[in-house]
Design a protein around this ligand. Sequence first.
Ligand code: FE2
Ligand code: FE2
Length: 371
Amino acid sequence: MSLDATDPKPQSGVEPGADRGRPDAFRTPMEIAWQFDYEIGIERLRNLYSKSKRQQWDAERDVDWRLEIDPARPIIEEERFGFGQVPFLQRLSRSQQETFRAHVGAHRLSQFLHGEQGALMTAAALTHAVPDYEGKLYAATQTMDEARHVEVFERYVRRLALVYPISPFLKDLIDTTLRADRWVKIAIGMNMIVEGLALGAFHNMRRVTTCALLRSIVEGVLRDEARHVAFGNVYVGATVAKLHPDDREDVAQFAFEALMAMVEASGSRKGRPPQPDPSFARVLENCGIEPLDFVRGLEEARRQGIRFQQPPGTVHAFKDLMMPALVRVGVITDRTRDLLQAEGLRIYADTKVLEELEDAETGAVELPEAG
Ligand SMILES: [Fe+2]
Ligand SMILES: [Fe+2]
């Protein structure tokens, strides 16, 4: 499919074997494991698997695609659009502001789409690699969940008629996760870090979107993601507790590096200048905004003491979800705690928000049924 934001999405109906763009392929060192002991030992994984089977929804049948996207209305509420507070952007013409908002929305939804494809592949890798029968059953259901998420976001993004490429930061993080040599690192990189990011982003999008169709999609996806984050807790926690201390440090190092990649991507790593996301530079180009003017505009806002006001109830993925999830399963060790603190990062261990959003029993999350 075309990843060019200037091209509308091509129609479906490609002939089998037709040239559809070269896949971005690489090899991984992952070990694949059979398991012939079909006894179920981890009850909570069996519960997650059972619940997952019951909660499967169909992106074609259960989403009301008759709901229209109002082209005159930005998908993110006016007063909750963070960039709306920046004087530089307020000085743009009305039509340029509208174009910018539409492209920012499409850029964000495109990241949801590509991130879901990454989740589809990591879940499939977990299905191959986890050593326990019930782990394989669960991971297979997550693989199907992620396939539905790719499908549902692709359909939505196609309606926006704008697809942006994956952010190189997100691609690197997912590729690093897929290249990991132990399944437990994949579960950390995906089910705790990338899905922590996604759970926060979906939760926040559900609160700020004006689009009823998008809200219903995100609610269905959130219900599934709650199980995915719970899986990270249930399975990784039990596995890490049994690791040899050297192996635990190896896993902890992976978690530390993945966290630092997140910090780097947010442009807030100590002593490093912020690195602009090249895929966001495309948004600016497409809106006729000079990237340098944009950066200066943000600096001006900062000098004026304007802070991005997050609406109440906004989830902060790093401090509310990712970091507490990692602390809880024991992959922030004394050594990596020191490394994080040397980078000027606080250790957040409060699991309150995480527990509210994840499927704890499974069970806690109360969202309306999709469709
Ligand atoms: Fe997903
Ligand atoms: Fe997921």
